[in-house]
Design a protein. Sequence first.
Length: 300
Amino acid sequence: MTTDPQALIENADTPPLNAEGLLKLISTEYESLPRQLKRIATYMSQQSDRIMVDRISDIARECEVHPSAIVRFSQRFGFSGFSEMQALFREAYTHKTTPAQNYQQRIRTLIANKSQKASGGDLARECVNATLSGLERLGAELDDVSFDKAVDLVINADNIYVVGVRRSFAVADYLVYNLQHTNKRIHLISGLGGSYREQMRSVRANDLVIAISFTPYGKETQHCLRIAQHNQAKTLIITDSNLSPLAKRANAVLLVNEGSSFAFRSLSATLCLCQALFIAVAYRLELKVDQIHEQVGFDD
């Protein structure tokens, strides 16, 4: 009888009994999945509270795959098709209406109602609602143990390097701004002129590298993280899934999933998480209020 994990999955007679078991199995088998199925696995991990209301076409669009790939994914884990797999999430979330589900249903209604054109105010409120759904999910799903571990890493680091590219760069810069109110040496890895390797050259074992990245995960950020791990520095990852390639071998991982409106993802929950991280660090370091305020004589 074979003991190969991949063969066991492909020949599974019985699928997982609940959504939690399925998500654990997806995490275990993630590396053995083909590229398209990895996209679906990542979405399942990030948006588990939306699966019960998602249509197969919704998931296919978000993952940039054909709907048939969703069916193959379901069958890979022992289900007859997507509907059978979706039933696990409906059972898990039937009595728990989440902000993401409410938002998803409102968006569908807004798009489907072609008889009434949405006003600018309607669109603005949908952006606000998407932001609120991300913030509420962050509050509900924040892992206290992981958060405290992240605070410890910041406090114990000699130097702190922060990296984030494209949409994550604004968050990285904001976190650097906050951490500069401590007495620690803080470095923003901006990659100006393509100098990521040069800016990471001085990273050492007692340092901390904070990497912020969301799907599809910036190659530059992954490159900086490899340098950090090669130099035996500690790593704190702010990302959207434990399946993120950045989460492997990280010393601590903070998960945050933003709400999105019309394919545009908010940054508010991630900024809130970074602000909370700084406040917790400042509290532990017993920083005085006048050390955090701007210097006298300088305008905001």
